[in-house]
Design a binder for this molecule. Structure first.
Ligand SMILES: [Zn+2]
Length: 96
């Protein structure tokens, strides 16, 4: 039986893969007209984290709460490796 921490890591990585797979198509902020709200995505799993007005004052989050946790535990690299090694969509037909 795996120790709790190992189990937590596996589960955290599984959830990461699920988020990463369901991450939305990114909006290219460069293409937006002036004054449009700007979308920010998690650097880890790429889910949408924030939509802010162009003249926001404070730096947006770089990581979603879940990836922040992964990072704090030192598991984010392992999660991203898992995604690169085929944890992603098995069929590469994500382009529509
Ligand atoms: Zn994330």
């Amino acid at each position: 039986m795996k120790p709790d921490r190992e189990y937590a890591k596996d589960e955290a990585i599984r959830q990461f893969l699920r988020r990463r797979r369901s991450a939305p198509e990114k909006i290219d902020n460069e293409q937006l007209t002036a004054g449009s709200p700007v979308s920010y995505y998690c650097v880890g799993c790429e889910i949408l984290t924030e939509v802010l007005p162009e003249d926001y004052l404070f730096a947006p989050l770089r990581y979603c709460s879940q990836c922040q946790g992964l990072k704090a535990e030192g598991w984010l690299d392992a999660a991203q490796d898992a995604f690169r090694q085929g944890g992603g969509a098995p069929t590469s037909s994500s382009s529509e």
